[in-house]
Design a protein around this ligand. Structure first.
Ligand SMILES: Nc1nc2c(c(=O)[nH]1)N[C@H]1C(S)=C(S)[C@@H](COP(=O)(O)OP(=O)(O)OC[C@H]3O[C@@H](n4cnc5c(=O)[nH]c(N)nc54)[C@H](O)[C@@H]3O)O[C@H]1N2
Ligand SMILES: Nc1nc2c(c(=O)[nH]1)N[C@H]1C(S)=C(S)[C@@H](COP(=O)(O)OP(=O)(O)OC[C@H]3O[C@@H](n4cnc5c(=O)[nH]c(N)nc54)[C@H](O)[C@@H]3O)O[C@H]1N2
Ligand SMILES: [Mo]
Length: 739
């Protein structure tokens, strides 16, 4: 198996097997691969992980190290020419290092000096010029301390990867159903009559979800995939847990596949709403859940009125689908008494994303698909604790109740004005408004839009601090002074505390909070745990006499959890309940009681105008996506097995007929130009690949194509970058073809 091989070559046999057996087990560690839940009721398989989770773990377990000698050997100038794949492959960083203005190399620094340097920089500027970024791997206790640190400094500048990911989901769900999270459990997935998987590639990004879909189908449920690409994991699935299945060549997961145009989903869901209402008129009482609508929702009449008429011509243009295809899915919806709609980034990264997601909520409300078995909304989250980080208060737009609760608990005065999100952080870098940038994990330089402008701005910032496990591009395009602080990962033992070995907790995509504990010996004795790093940054910044007892929290994470239990609703008796073998489930009004904690106390239908993406003559709509061999900006290899692409990432997938119309052929080398508001961005040397994507659309990989994303191309309301909404054209690349 690819993944075992990778583990063994990076980490050695014993280390690999030891860690694999503890993934997602009770008392083990949470797989850092994705936020898909484990069963809390049924049995867990001996190996509760997938090939890609195994790769993520192997990546972290590596015995390769990046020592001070590495930094002495390679100048920044040299490292700037290396690929991200090369950088990540060098291994785990072993000691804190620093680079100061005018220097060419990072060099070692003691932890104490590093923290003092951070304290000096923070004290020398104003809070609004400090930015605290978080990547979604950060555990709950860490996230809670981190936001407390930022607010103690005096800022809500807490951008996170969620801003670039599922922010649109939160923006759509909070006002309509009163919670920014999904409303289903894993058991609901198994019991659904119909599951729509929209804008998602679970075969690569959430492989364990395929088992849940397979179980749904075994129980008689049906699955519909909506995607511009015929994603292999959905169309044909090989369960790595079942060798027999593997040999037989896999099962088909999706009963129906709608090959939608990029950005056409709003039109699709409006048309489905129209057809369901039409069916209800034909056979009253057959489709619409009138009792539920009357008792629990608001705005139905306006919605019904708005959906009464539809232009089929425009719907077909927007979606690239035929009326017949859409009617077939409407028929399946009408019959289903328990429907789940799942979605991921295919729906969150376009200008009209928030409205698209509101249409999904309309459909679910229409049939009463909340708070009953096998039904609900299921935004499938990305990073393993991205949902938990927001629960813990990593939010640039905090609610007043949260700040009040923090202030009451700790005796500080949290700032009330909102902070910057990730896109605004990019703007702040550009405008020279950042003096201190602290990055709790992640790789902001590559993850965000407008790569060139961002990198240039980042280099002008006063101090950048990267709390990281492995080298990445953000370390190379660093601020005038820069620190890399190496930390423990999920699988590492965290036992250098007076109170003994510590554990942390995470929240999965279905609001289950459970513990995670690494057990492997860290690759270096110099690594510090993330909570310890935060505490020491705070101590160095505020000195003695700060009302928050940072030291107590760093020494014993139970102290952090006690604070959380008094600040955050749903975390009462946190320390007791987290020690329960399955953890605990956070309250979720739509799921638990069919109720909606919106400002009007009801679920809200909404009406949005039709909107879709249109490319002018000679242009295509470009989406960016992940390959099978990548974890965001970390690459395990250069192949994309399910899509049949090997040894290259600078590719653009285009429908063969579009290629022909544009005057290109498969394998031509081009430069890609994106256009937005009269400006152009260019990325050179991409290989065209004839591929059966929807007509008029193209697909390239994140992050290679991020240089093409204009920073103002964002989803309205959520400000999530329009990573799946670019207008592009090609020009032949001048140079001779690569072999
Ligand atoms: N192995 C692995 N696992 C991961 C990650 C990883 O990089 N590697 N990343 C993690 C993270 S942070 C996240 S957020 C998730 C991401 O999980 P996904 O959302 O599955 O990630 P993407 O690769 O961006 O895939 C988006 C899918 O949406 C489709 N799509 C694009 N545009 C549209 C559209 O307009 N309409 C529709 N209907 N579909 C569209 C694309 O064809 C693609 O199948 O995965 C998490 N899990
Ligand atoms: N074009 C385009 N751009 C995108 C997207 C897209 O679909 N298209 N997706 C967006 C999405 S969904 C996301 S979530 C973001 C991802 O953005 P980020 O979360 O910022 O990026 P990652 O690549 O996940 O971060 C990888 C780095 O995290 C560090 N790391 C790994 N494990 C640990 C740990 O345990 N602790 C610490 N402290 N550090 C650790 C390593 O140093 C590694 O280099 O990118 C966004 N950007
Ligand atoms: Mo994500």
């Amino acid at each position: 198996m690819v993944s075992m091989d990778r583990g063994i070559s990076q980490a050695g046999v014993g280390r690999t097997v030891r860690s694999m057996l503890r993934v997602n087990q009770r008392g083990g560690f949470d797989c850092p691969g994705c936020a898909w839940p484990e069963s809390i009721t049924g049995a867990r398989k001996p190996a509760e992980f997938c090939e890609n989770g195994a790769k993520a773990i192997a990546e972290e377990n590596t015995l390769r190290t990046v020592t001070p000698e590495f930094w002495a050997r390679h100048s920044i100038e040299e490292l700037a020419g290396k690929t991200e794949y090369w950088l990540g492959n060098q291994g785990r960083i072993t000691e804190p290092v620093v680079i100061r203005e005018g220097e060419t190399h990072y060099s070692p620094i003691s932890w104490t000096d590093a923290f003092d340097l951070i304290g000096e920089h923070i004290r020398a500027t104003t809070p609004d010029r400090c930015v605290f970024y978080t990547s979604g791997r950060t555990a709950n206790e860490t996230a809670f301390m981190y936001q407390l640190f930022a607010r103690s400094v005096g800022t809500n500048n807490l951008p996170d990867c969620s801003n670039m990911c599922h922010e649109s989901s939160g923006s759509a769900l909070n006002p309509t159903i009163g919670i920014g999270k999904g409303t289903v459990s894993l058991e609901d997935m198994h019991r659904a009559e119909l599951i729509l998987v929209v804008g998602q590639n679970p075969g690569t990004n959430h492989p364990r979800m395929l088992s849940a879909l397979a179980e749904c189908r075994e129980n008689g449920g049906r699955v519909v995939a909506v995607n511009p690409l015929p994603e292999a994991g959905l169309m044909k699935f090989k369960d790595p847990q079942d060798p027999g299945n593997l040999l037989r060549g896999g099962a088909q997961i999706a009963d129906e596949f709608l090959q939608i145009k990029v950005g056409g989903d709003l039109a699709l869901f409006q048309a489905l709403g129209h057809l369901l209402l039409e069916e209800e008129e034909r056979v009253p009482g057959s489709v619409v859940d009138h009792d539920f609508i009357a008792a629990q929702t608001d705005g139905f009449e306006e919605y019904r009125e708005a959906r009464r008429r539809i232009s089929w011509e425009e719907t077909e243009t927007a979606t690239g689908l035929s009326r017949l295809e859409i009617a077939r899915i409407a028929g399946m919806l009408a019959k289903s008494k328990a429907t789940i709609i799942c979605w991921a980034l295919g729906l969150t990264q376009q200008p009209h994303s928030v409205n698209t997601l509101r249409e999904i909520i309309n459909l679910l409300l229409l049939q009463g698909n909340f708070g009953k078995p096998g039904a609900g909304a299921c935004p499938v989250r990305g990073h393993s604790n991205v949902q938990g980080d927001r629960t813990m208060g990593i939010w640039e737009k905090p609610k007043e109740w949260l700040l009040e609760a923090i202030d009451r608990e700790f005796g500080i005065s949290s700032p009330r004005h909102h902070g910057v999100d990730s896109t605004e952080t990019l703007e702040a870098f550009e405008n020279d408004d950042v003096d201190v940038f602290v990055s709790m994990g992640g790789n902001f330089a590559l993850a965000c839009s407008d790569t060139e402008a961002l990198e240039a701005g980042m280099k002008r910032a006063g101090l950048t601090v990267h709390i990281s496990t492995k080298p990445n591009r953000s370390h190379i395009v660093h601020g005038r002074t820069s620190l890399i602080l190496p930390t423990l990962g999920r699988t590492d033992r965290d036992d250098k505390h007076p109170g003994g070995t510590q554990f942390l907790s995470v929240e999965d995509s279905m609001s289950v909070v459970h513990s995670t504990q690494g057990r492997l010996a860290p690759v270096s004795e110099h690594l510090l745990a993330e909570p310890v790093i935060i505490a020491r940054m705070a101590q160095a910044t505020f000195g003695d006499g700060h009302p928050v007892d940072w030291k107590a929290m760093a020494e014993d994470y139970d102290v952090v959890r006690d604070h959380i239990s008094r600040v955050l609703p749903g975390f009462e008796n946190f320390n007791e309940r987290i020690r329960h073998k399955n953890g605990f489930v956070l309250p979720n009004p739509p799921r638990d009681t069919r109720s909606f904690a919106t400002d009007i106390g009801k679920g809200r239908f909404s009406v949005s105008p039709l909107e879709y993406l249109q490319a002018p003559e000679g242009h295509l709509i470009l989406q960016t996506m992940r390959s099978h061999d990548q974890y965001n900006t970390t690459f395990y290899g250069l192949d994309d097995r399910y899509r049949g692409i090997s040894n290259g990432r600078r590719v653009v997938l285009v429908h063969p007929e579009d290629l022909a119309e544009l005057g290109y052929a498969d394998r031509d080398l081009v430069d890609v130009i994106s256009t937005f508001k009269g400006t152009e961005r260019r990325a050179d040397k991409f290989r065209l690949v004839a591929y059966p994507t929807a007509r008029g659309c193209a697909a390239a990989y994140f992050p290679e194509a991020n240089a093409l994303v204009h920073r103002e191309l964002v989803a309205r309301e959520s400000n999530t970058p329009g990573y799946k909404a670019m207008t592009v054209r090609f020009v032949p690349h001048g140079e001779p073809q690569l072999s």
